[in-house]
Design a protein around this ligand. Structure first.
Ligand SMILES: O=C(O)[C@@H](CO)OP(=O)(O)O
Ligand SMILES: [Mg+2]
Length: 401
């Protein structure tokens, strides 16, 4: 019923104005799915390889499309994704590009769902999926690789942990984003926005912590539920061995100092979430920090694990982190992302489904998060390519997809 009859690929715009790959998958019985690949700026060294969009499309047309059309069923995700791996023939999708692979993989899932008439989250998660929804982590202040002349820490994320529903959580994050703006205005700190729609003022990290504390407290009082906050340090971008450690605007921190610094921040601000607090090669540092604060906060590996089961397995062995960021384009297919989620869940690691800094209106990750009972989703707070996912979550909760 879901035999693939055509795969069409094209270049479309992403939110940074760069070309990215969009895929359409068509099947017998009129099935149709469309999806587009996102793109990172602070990419991990061990991610699957994104090729220039035009090249990825040319390679996929030559090598992948003939192995899909008339050969695989969109309703059988493993079959589709195996064919993509065979077509690619490398370990890191450098053959056809992880951008082509992930766009086709996600479009196939949507095509499979469309034939059965089930919403994508149910197609992916099964009919016995639980009734949980992820808490959205909303990026409201940011810098690092996502904005020039702003904070050293890449993302300050609102975490509305007490929200009674997804929609209330989403509106709370938007309110925190608005409150941050008001506080910045009061302080006479004008701010543009970074790649993900977060405010990118020219302030130091210390001031950003003060503002986050104030903004989350103010909005929590207004809405009447608990709002905490967290970070994506994106520390691999700061780490410079020759400089002796983590290079901040005002100083360099050694690995030990970095672990202490982050542990102190967790204690001082009761942080709910800390992503990539250490370099992507430093399992040991991650393990040290997890030992110190892992009972109180989520220590999450993004560049550390890159959605890869081998790297996650190593982290589990060493006790590095207690949660994993899931970005399908880091690994190339939905099947590989599901494998990483399964391994995480089996080992009591939390999983956080995530957007990239370069995004499109594609909302697949909202369905992926709901399908897999993810405790958290990280997909911004405002901006159209972010609200595409957030509004889809609202629709899913409202049974309207
Ligand atoms: O580091 C991250 O977690 C992401 C998304 O916020 O950024 P990028 O897509 O640039 O890697
Ligand atoms: Mg990150």
């Amino acid at each position: 019923m879901t035999l693939v009859t055509d795969v069409r690929l094209r270049r479309v715009l992403d939110s940074r104005g760069n070309p990215t790959v969009e895929a359409d998958v068509l099947t017998e019985e009129g099935g149709f799915g469309r999806a587009a690949a996102p793109s990172g700026a602070s990419t991990g060294e061990y991610e699957a390889i994104e090729l220039p969009a035009a090249e990825a499309i040319a390679k996929a047309r030559e090598d992948a499309v003939p192995r899909l059309v008339g050969e695989v069923h969109a309703g059988n995700q493993r079959e589709v994704d195996r064919a993509l791996h065979v077509a690619d023939g490398t370990e890191d999708f450098s053959g056809i590009g992880a951008n082509s692979a992930v766009a086709i993989s996600m479009a196939a899932a949507k095509a499979g769902a469309s034939v059965t008439g089930a919403p994508l989250y149910q197609h992916l998660g099964g009919t016995f999926r639980g009734n949980n929804y992820p808490i959205p982590l909303g990026n409201v202040i940011g810098g690092g690789e996502h904005a020039a002349d702003a904070t050293d820490i890449q993302e300050f994320l609102a975490a509305p942990v007490g929200a009674p529903s997804v929609s209330e959580a989403i509106f709370a994050n938007a309110a925190v984003h608005g409150e941050v703006h008001d506080i910045l205005m009061e302080r006479d700190e004008p701010a543009g926005k970074g790649d993900e729609g977060a405010w990118a003022p020219s302030i130091d990290d210390e001031e950003a912590f003060e503002i986050m504390d104030e903004a989350t407290t103010t909005v929590a009082d207004e809405v009447g539920f608990e709002i905490r906050f967290g970070l994506d340090v994106a520390a691999a971008e700061m780490y410079d061995e020759a400089e002796g450690g983590y290079v901040y605007s005002d100083r360099v921190r050694s690995t030990e100092e970095q672990v202490e610094y982050i542990a102190d921040l967790v204690a001082e601000y009761d942080l709910k979430y800390v992503e990539d607090p250490l370099d992507e090669d430093d399992y040991e540092g991650f393990a040290d920090l997890t030992e110190k604060v892992g009972d109180r906060t989520l220590v999450c590996g993004d560049d550390l694990f890159v959605t890869n089961t081998d790297r996650l397995g190593e982290g589990i062995q060493q006790g590095a982190a207690n949660s994993i960021l899931i970005k399908p384009n880091q690994i190339g297919t939905l099947s590989d992302a599901f494998d990483a989620i399964e391994l995480a869940v089996e080992n009591a690691y939390g999983h956080v489904v995530s957007h990239r800094s370069g995004e499109t209106e594609d909302a697949t990750i909202a369905h992926l998060a709901v399908a897999t009972d993810a405790p958290f989703i990280k997909t911004g707070a405002v901006a159209g390519e972010r609200t595409a996912k957030l509004n889809e979550l609202i629709r899913i909760e409202d049974n309207a997809v």
